[in-house]
Design a protein around this ligand. Structure first.
Ligand code: ATP
Length: 248
């Protein structure tokens, strides 16, 4: 054991966060958070709006100033230059070029990551945008835009994919297809960290990180959450867990 009373990081660990404190403005956004994300798995980051999900993701991809604690990603300090090509990050605000078509946006990222043209077409199809491949990104709907942004991250074939609410605004069929895609990626060895504030997505995940008001309430599997609370519905299980842990 080390001085944080946690086992050492192993190569099976993609992300190792220890004793993380983050302040944003006057808010304490994260308070003493320690989590371990296993490689080749889907980890869901769940909790109510404002609980700190995006802040934890930003800390992991290295864009957040942290007050104290350590964040290790694929064995390196978060934000290390050599992680840039190994980590994909999709924020809630799509960051793509509005004047370029979907294909040209994805091709740009494919070129950065030395990926073949076939990967571009395959990725555009995978996010359900084949029929909009030649549409300028500026003319897409909100849901299409976020899928185009997702394609830009997917095409690089990163080892770690950090996705901030990737299924918001998508219809049920497309959501199901995307979760199938995420599962296929995890089975191929990619690590996915996916945030959501809707608990019905939690069943797609191998493990859940439950956050509330900047604190980690629990790290467990969906079945463990049901067993610990006796609630078949994950939504109710989360509420019960919060009430038990906080005495609310
Ligand atoms: N730019 C900012 N400046 C100051 N405080 C911020 C800033 N961004 C977020 N916060 C605060 O930090 C806390 C955590 O915010 P964060 O965006 O991480 O939550 P979240 O769980 O991702 O929320 P949501 O589900 O609504 O996206 C909140 O109290 C929020 O008000």
């Amino acid at each position: 054991m080390n001085d944080t009373n946690q086992p050492p990081t192993t190569s099976a660990t993609a992300v190792d966060v220890r004793d993380l404190h983050v302040r944003r403005g006057v808010h304490r956004a994260l308070e003493n958070v320690s989590v371990r994300v296993p490689r080749g798995s889907i980890t869901g980051l769940l909790g109510p709006s404002g609980c700190g999900k995006s802040t934890l993701m930003r800390s992991i991809v290295g864009t957040q100033i942290v007050e104290s604690g350590t964040v290790t990603v694929l064995g390196l300090p978060a934000g290390s230059a050599s992680l840039r090509r190994r980590v994909g990050y999709v924020t809630q605000a799509p960051s793509i070029y509005p004047d370029l078509t979907v294909t040209d946006n994805v091709s740009y990222f494919a070129a950065l990551y030395h990926r073949p043209k076939s990967a571009v077409d395959e990725t555009v199809t995978a996010v359900g945008l084949a029929s909009h491949a030649r549409t300028p990104a500026g003319s897409l709907s909100g849901g299409q835009l976020s899928r185009a942004s997702l394609a830009c991250a997917l095409v690089g074939d990163p080892e770690l994919l950090v996705l901030d609410e990737p299924t918001v605004g998508l219809d049920p069929l497309l959501r199901a297809e995307l979760w199938d895609r995420f599962r296929a990626l995890a089975e191929g060895g990619t690590t996915l960290l996916v945030s959501s504030h809707v608990m019905d997505e939690a069943d797609h995940c191998d493990e859940l990180l439950l956050l509330r008001e900047g604190s980690l309430i629990a790290q467990l599997t969906p079945d463990e959450l049901r067993e610990q609370t006796g609630e078949p519905s994950l939504e109710n299980a989360f509420l019960r867990l919060i009430r038990t842990r906080t005495g609310a």
